[in-house]
Design a protein around this ligand. Structure first.
Ligand code: 5GP
Ligand code: MN
Length: 337
């Protein structure tokens, strides 16, 4: 965090404020963990704080300390609108473009609050008076730790903050194995464990709560895996019917795409998930090395993210989406081989 940004934030927080902390649509472990970690920290500094998410988050995150206080905009739209209009400071975490928050966008655009961004995605938009953006960071949760440090606030670390930040870092780094995991990440994590994060229980809470339905859906996903060796690419398709047949619940497909990426020789993996309700096909894209799925998702799928992990969507049918995808690959043959 640079000196000017720290100064702006210190000024914003020098007296008790009404603060809203917002995460992105379809919140993941890093969105929830970073927002709740910051929530407990700002409360300890004496502010009135509310965490708000555009829509609901998966059950496997519903044990995280403070998660019962989160306002889900989609479920409590009026309360969400009032909370936003009352706020004088709004923190936006784990996203960098207001296009990532669905209908909450309109509320934020109406607000007179000052915005602070904490985020690690590429190509940030310019809406914040204080922008802490660092694409080299493992996770937004790690950034919240550095943010606390910059405000001389590490003495406020407690087990609630530590548990939330640990969960965010663990989920966004694939349990500390993605290339964005640095020696500093490990030092941060060590400090979080010392401050009360129970690493082994957190891992169990997140990864050992599979439902039989999710396991069966994984079976279907793996059966639907297609490998295109000439492009070092593998993809998985899940239709709405397959989701329905296996009683799909939010979060069930999280991580499926990594099985495609784990195949020897594969450097580009995609999962296509049909969503009939929104009339889209949601895609998760992953890569190894220099092939940028951020660029790929931005160019073709109204999406974005990081070099090695991005998301996007198509408004064509599932079949057309796949056919189009395959027809795009030859243009990337050099990058993929
Ligand atoms: P996932 O595939 O797990 O949904 O997302 C992978 C990464 O890409 C995450 O960091 C997520 O925040 C980001 N991401 C997912 N969908 C979108 C999207 O539609 N637009 C942008 N800009 N980023 C996305
Ligand atoms: Mn993140």
């Amino acid at each position: 965090m640079n000196i000017e940004t720290i100064q702006v934030v210190k000024q914003l927080l020098d007296s008790p404020k009404k603060i809203v902390v917002v995460g992105h649509k379809n919140p993941d472990g890093d969105a929830i963990g970073s927002c709740l970690g910051l929530y407990f920290f700002l409360k300890k500094l004496g502010h009135g704080v509310t965490v708000l998410m555009p829509n609901d988050f998966p059950d496997f995150l519903k044990w995280m300390p403070g998660c019962e206080t989160i306002i889900i905009h989609e479920k409590e739209t009026d309360k969400s609108a009032v909370t936003i209009s009352d706020a004088s400071v709004i923190f936006t975490l784990d996203f960098n473009s207001l296009s990532r928050i669905g209908d909450v966008r309109e509320q934020l655009e109406k607000s007179n609050a000052q915005f602070v961004m904490i985020d690690h995605h590429q190509q940030p938009d310019n809406y914040a008076v204080a922008m802490y953006s660092d694409t080299a960071m493992s996770s937004t949760a790690e950034m919240v730790f550095h943010f606390m440090d910059a405000l001389d606030g590490l003495s406020y670390l407690d087990s609630e903050i530590a548990t939330n930040l640990y969960t965010g870092i663990m989920t966004d780094t694939g349990s500390f194995r993605f290339p964005s995991t640095t020696a500093t990440t490990h030092r941060v994590v060590a400090r979080l464990i010392e401050s009360g994060a129970k690493n082994s229980s957190i891992h169990q809470n997140i990864y050992d709560t599979n439902s039989p339905n999710r396991m069966r859906l994984l079976g279907v996903a793996l059966k639907n895996l297609t490998i295109l060796p000439e492009y070092s690419t593998a993809y998985i398709v899940l239709s709405q019917k397959e989701l329905d047949d296996n009683n799909f619940k939010k979060g069930d497909t999280e991580g499926f795409v990594n099985y495609a990426l784990s195949i020897k020789g594969i450097i580009f993996a995609v999962i296509f998930i049909e969503n009939k309700q929104d009339n889209i096909v949601k895609m998760s894209l992953r890569s190894k090395g220099d092939f940028s799925v951020n660029e790929f998702a931005r160019t073709h799928y109204h999406g974005g993210g990081h070099t090695n992990a991005a998301g996007g969507r198509s408004s064509h049918s599932l079949n057309t989406t796949i056919t189009d995808f395959i027809s795009i690959l030859p243009a990337y043959k050099n990058a993929l081989t």
